[in-house]
Design a protein around this ligand. Sequence first.
Ligand code: BGC
Length: 747
Amino acid sequence: MENKNWIYAEGLDDSACVRFCKAFDITKPVQRAEVTATALGIYNLYINGKKVGDALFKPGWTSYNYRLQYQKYDVTDHLHTGTNEISFLCAPGWAVGYLGKGNINHTYADHISLTAELRIDYTDDSALELTTDPSWDIIKDQVIASEFYHGETQDLSAAPTTIGKAKADAAPDTRLIPDESIDVTEHERLKPVKLIITPKGERVIDFGQNLAGYVEIRVKGNRGDRITISHAEVLDRDGSFYTKNLELARCTNTYILSGNDDLLKPKFTFQGYRYIRLDEYPFEEVDLSRFTSVAVYSDMERTGSFSCGNEKVNRLYSNSIWGQRSNFIDVPTDCPQRDERCGWTGDVLAFAKTAAIHYDVSAVLRKWLHDLILEQKSDGAIYGVVPSVNERGMRVSTAWGDVITVAPWEMYLAYGDVELLEECYPAMLRWISYIRHSGDEEYLWLGGNHYGDWLASDAILSPEHREGATQTDLIASAYFAHSVELAIRAGRVLKKDTKELELLHRNIKSKFREYFIKDGLPTIYPKYDALSVNRPVKGLTQTSISLVLRFHLYEGEIEREKLTDKLLELIRENDGKMNTGFVGTPHILHALSENGRIGTAYDLFLSEKNPSWLFSVDRGATTIWEHWDGIKEDGSFWNDCKNSFNHYSYGCVFDWVYMWVLGIRPMEDAPAYQRFTLAPHPDERLGHAEGSIKTRYGIISVSWRYENGRITYSFTIPEGSSAEVVIPGEEKRIYSPGSYNISGKCL
Ligand code: BGC
């Protein structure tokens, strides 16, 4: 599509929606008709008043400063002989609406604009072409205003009215590209669980499940009656509706009723919620059957499954799945409720492996990585959020920026996506070069402004210090080594010359050891850590040991054993609990399992103390929380701000479950599970476990069960693949496609 024919509506208020409309005549039989369109803002296409397709929030969210997707629609069946009408209902969306912290709108454009073309090919070989231009009508629609954060207002009692003509607009300074998103659509539909009258007398409906989406209401009221609903993830300790954690996002939808049967739901917004409060509701009785909670997310194929004999773990699994559903709305985001909902890179880094098993995320992450590459600065810097929102206060942080090596590598392992690896490889090298030239020590990353082990509970001064206790120089230097290691592996797959990277890795490792390893254990390097001016930091933590083990920064078996023992000791000293944050949590169970301590990994996994995964389950969580103790033992909140109950990051524990509990592990030299390891590790506390991964080669399934003093294993290896099977207590064996049952000893 060419970047021309843009139109806009003059004088629109902030948050206002607008419809652009044009009538046209058809006098001859139509062979085919196609609409091509895009907007700054988000739009729905209608032909003769009927919405075309079921996708939401088009044109999708990309780094609009660089690229804007356009869509194509086959509208042949929507047309009829005579007068027809094409219209686009538009809302501010990501480009124009409020986005990011600080109540800021107009991130990419200060008004909504649209470009579209309709091409009709007639059966007699003639054609009609119609494009957006100043002859299009501007219509004030029943959808009056809409914002992702603040919600939507619709007046169904008012007839849409023409208020003028469109104006020609300058083409935005960006590149138009074909849509590479998969559509965001409606998914699960949930009925209310109960009506609650809170201590404050509020009428609240509980849908039983936190999610991202919206509530649909079917009503018939008097013309002009109003319904306003607010959304919340949790109730407070007293059982009242709680919205403080939404921060500046108002998350409120208002409808003025038509007087006829109305189906109320927003068109251009979504909320993150489990509960709604009826702020304005014209009926005495609340008929719950009129309400439906609709989950909305990118139309990804479900590829993973898991269940076991522990209901709390099953709930946790469901929470991880819901965390993904709620945060894959075209862009992988941190959370779906407060005034953020942004593509935080560190959250993707933590969750990418799990995400790629739960669902096929290849399309969503490919598009997102393309944006990341475009937004990478010329010196290689990668900021914390992609697509960028506003860079004020944004950091270039270790483990956030390292997503450029981690995510493409995970896509390669899960789907064999060599093309994406190739596309990302130069960006990996630029990121590595950025780190190399940061600070005054070429082989370490000292100083800088990092997020640290974000939200780790070992922060020494107070939980208000969100960066955790682990010295950020140590984390940054360890991740530097890891990114170089991944770049080497990617380079080998891509048949690049990796000698220089290998030398760099050796140098980083030896410098790392010089600065950060003393007597075989991680230690603090006293000179740096910009964050240490605000808080005391440590070198020896659960997170630092996990990183040293996982990134192979130790030397020899004795040191490895010493590190593992120390990790166990730190866990013991901490009352058997972990205290890791966004950086350490994705690694700690793997670090234990890879070093022969899977029992302790299970202990942490099954712990219900604070912090632990099941702590939130015990407090009724239906999604993964941002904070281990978002709701504390006494029912109070961790804090009123930055306390999301729907962050997927800690849901990353399921990559450990798939890889260790079920034991399915992809192999680097035969990705996409063409060859894989199958090494289940049963634990009697789960009783049984079963799960599957739908791979590019078919479905791998595994189950094990404790029965009559033995363990029965069943597994299926799909056609076209093979597995190296390691059953505890048995010899390692290669299995070809087929289904197998094995009876093994309880060890
Ligand atoms: C987001 C996180 C993100 C972090 C950066 C938060 O506000 O919600 O998930 O990674 O900022 O530290």
